[in-house]
Design a protein around this ligand. Structure first.
Ligand code: CDP
Length: 237
């Protein structure tokens, strides 16, 4: 039997990471985990409980105290789409709202939040056979991942992609608002002290400016097969 590996896909916001990760999970039968959804769910919980607000920002002590109450699970709906559950409630739609997108990066910059979520993420990968996307998956969560991909695209391409997704899902926004949010999150995510977004030296860079998904998947699947073969060979050698 083939050895199971870990695939880490990192990159800037709305670069198409999750589309690639989900497609690869379908092709390989691996579990897919959207680590960004976990930071978004914590942000939503903090907002509901008053520890996070657009006017006052993030109350780190209050949010830290809430962390043990937060349970995050993933499940698939009838159409096979992944849904995020916050304490059992399906919050998939709500966490994609611009209000959450505007608050999530300051929340994700906090040490207690990262410690809590990284702990859960490492647990999901214990059996390997997992594809996770985010900002620090190849650098912090799974530094030993057999396959690491770093996805880049221009801010304009990313803003158009995200706006399209949001409108399709019934979340309202303008192009200018989305572009502003993307640039601001890029800035916070790359400059924060704790686990900043950066490419792992051994990660393969993918420039994702409107490459058709089928082409991306051919390349990714080939790399995946090579990495599995290497893992098998290492195991037998
Ligand atoms: O899908 P999108 O590119 O908009 O972002 P996301 O993956 O949903 O992540 C939302 C935010 O969570 C990011 O902008 C980061 O601030 C944070 N995040 C993080 O810090 N570390 C991760 N592994 C994943 C997300």
């Amino acid at each position: 039997m083939d050895k199971k590996i870990i695939v880490a896909i990192d990159g800037y916001s709305s670069s198409g990471k999750s589309t690639m990760a989900k497609a690869l999970a379908r092709l390989t039968g691996y579990i897919y985990v959207d680590s960004g959804a976990m930071y978004r769910a914590v942000t939503l919980y903090g907002l509901r409980k008053g520890a996070v607000s657009a006017e006052r920002g993030v109350d780190e002590a209050a949010l830290t105290a809430l962390l043990p109450e937060i349970d995050i699970q993933f499940r698939k709906d009838e159409a096979g789409n992944q849904r995020t559950l916050l304490n059992g409630e399906d919050v998939e739609h709500e966490i994609r709202d611009l209000e959450i997108s505007n608050l999530v990066s300051p929340v994700a910059a906090l040490h207690p939040v990262r410690e809590y979520l990284v702990g859960l993420q490492k647990g999901y990968g214990r059996e390997r056979g997992i594809i996770m996307d985010g900002r620090d998956i190849g650098t912090v969560v799974f530094p030993d991942a057999e396959m690491k991909v770093f996805v880049e695209a221009t801010a304009e391409v990313r803003a158009h992609r995200r706006l399209r997704e949001m409108l399709e899902e019934g979340n309202e926004a303008t192009y200018e608002e989305v572009l502003h949010n993307i640039l601001e999150r890029d800035r916070i995510d790359t400059t924060r002290k704790e686990s900043p977004l950066r490419k792992a030296p051994e990660a393969i860079t993918f420039y994702n400016n409107e490459i058709p998904l089928e082409e991306q998947m051919m390349v990714l699947h080939k790399i995946f097969d090579e990495r599995v073969a290497q893992a098998n060979a290492k195991d037998n050698g």
